[in-house]
Write a protein that binds this ligand. Sequence first.
Ligand code: ADP
Ligand code: MG
Length: 271
Amino acid sequence: MPAEKPTRILAVSNQKGGVGKTTTAINLGTALAAIGERVLLVDMDPQGNASTGLGVPRETRRITIYDVIVDGRSVDDAAVETAVPGLHIIPADADMSGVEIELSQADRRSYRLRDALALQGSTGKPRYDYVLIDCPPSLNLLTLNAMSAADGVLVPLQCEFFALEGLTQLMKTIDMVRQSLNPALEIQGLVLTMYDRRNALSGQVSADVRQHFGDKVYEAVIPRNVRVSEAPSFGKPVLIYDLKCTGSQAYLRLAKEVVARERHRRAKIAA
Ligand code: ADP
Ligand code: MG
């Protein structure tokens, strides 16, 4: 029997707000599940937008990521099913704002998520192929937990003038995490979001980013598409809300690219 595929843990992160982190976590997660991967989305943002966007209402969020990180609840217990087959989520709640204080004296305070994810599947449930962590925009203990747990950082970049500015900050953070908490942390890839082909600036930002980061930038580009922004208010990923729209199709292309690159990366390591 072939060895079980290891879980690939990706932090969806960018210290700028409103660049498409949550949208990418939800819809890349959905698209990966749609092409047959087992996916866990970890909502690490106290705003809980990923939870809401996937149709997990606040009153049903029984065990949250707070309980995992602060109280040591297991990932297997905390993960709940979504309407998307193969996609589970650990929801977030506003009570996460207390995490910094609760953990100020705790052992391995930056590794709480990593330790919890290492035990996934130990209760007999199948392990995940991908874990996507939707990070908050700030650099706090939650973000550090995400980056300590992650194999790679997936960076959504909004195609607008200040895109590169936020990136410099993120690259510094990644370097800092490598030096102190997680030397193996990679940049998984950058994905251009909210691309508007009628806007010359979108093209310019895209060209700049590709020149700077080369093939770390995914070929799939997520267009600005009103269906993408409507879907969360229905508690649905855009792929379920409107599979045919340009946003859904772009997230499907991204998912295929992520999987293909992952396969390639593994083949290179094995060789
Ligand atoms: P972040 O998590 O980085 O703060 P979000 O994913 O919440 O960013 O996106 C910010 C806003 O932009 C949201 O209102 C979202 O619906 C909208 N948005 C994100 N991606 C797209 C897109 N491709 N087309 C249109 N609107 C989008
Ligand atoms: Mg968000």
